[in-house]
Design a binder for this molecule. Structure first.
Ligand SMILES: [Zn+2]
Length: 239
């Protein structure tokens, strides 16, 4: 029996999902999964913001299954709160400890709503709610507060500029947290990126700007660490 008050589902979106999966199936080469049917060994764990404008595998041009382990949350946070203690989240640690992954990428993005909310809370606004959202915003607020106190961010700049600086600061912060955690082996490489679809870092929408390589954040130094043709793929908004 269907209750009269029952929420009617959105036929259109559901049909799009089913149809989209059909397209996915039709597009798969035969043997697509053959190398990974019985297990995975992803090269990288990519901690991304869940934002719908930030496509986790497509941004890396990845077609093959088993390549990228893709934990995501609001604000691309590598941690979780465990009874008041910050621990590295299982979505990040699982591939490192159980699937042989030795590279972690943290991917923020321009105009991040989670960072914006944390900035608003840090500067006196109410939490956005509900509680499940507030928990993750609250974890970002101290990062934002530290950033605003630092000399890396111009707290007096216009809102868009401050928020994009905070996005990058948060990527660096998350990267440092990972590198300093005892749960992350020393030989794991940690890279930080900011995905730009708003022309903030440069003119190439969809570019992941490399902002952190194992703690190195100077774009000139980073440029020397990567092939010449990617020289413009590193930049920083921080002072
Ligand atoms: Zn975001």
């Amino acid at each position: 029996m269907v209750d009269e008050d029952d929420h009617e589902h959105d036929d259109e979106v559901l049909e799009q999902l089913l149809g989209g999966n059909e397209v996915h199936i039709d597009g798969l080469p035969s043997e697509h999964f053959s190398a990974v049917k019985s297990g995975q060994h992803p090269e990288v764990v990519s901690v991304c913001c869940s934002d719908s404008r930030v496509p986790q595998e497509r941004m890396w041009g990845v077609e093959d299954p088993g390549t990228v382990f893709t934990p995501s949350n609001i604000g691309n946070q590598v941690w979780d709160d465990d009874g008041g203690e910050r621990i590295v989240d299982g979505g990040v640690l699982y591939p490192i400890h159980h699937a042989g992954t030795e590279v972690a990428a943290i991917v923020g993005h321009t105009g991040c709503g989670a960072v914006t909310a944390a900035y608003d809370v840090a500067t006196g606004a109410d939490e956005p709610g509900p509680r499940g959202v507030d928990k993750w915003i609250d974890l970002l607020v101290p990062v934002v507060e530290e950033a605003l106190e630092s000399n890396l961010v111009d707290a007096d700049a216009d809102r868009e500029t401050v928020i994009n600086q905070l996005v990058e600061y948060n990527v660096d912060y998350q990267a440092t947290f990972l590198r300093e955690s005892e749960d992350v082996p020393e030989d794991v490489d940690v890279y930080g990126f900011v995905y730009d679809f708003q022309g903030i870092y440069g003119n190439e929408d969809g570019r992941t700007y490399l902002v952190n390589v194992n703690g190195e954040t100077d774009p000139d130094v980073i440029a020397d660490l990567i092939p010449d043709r990617y020289e413009t793929a590193t930049h920083s908004l921080l002072y």
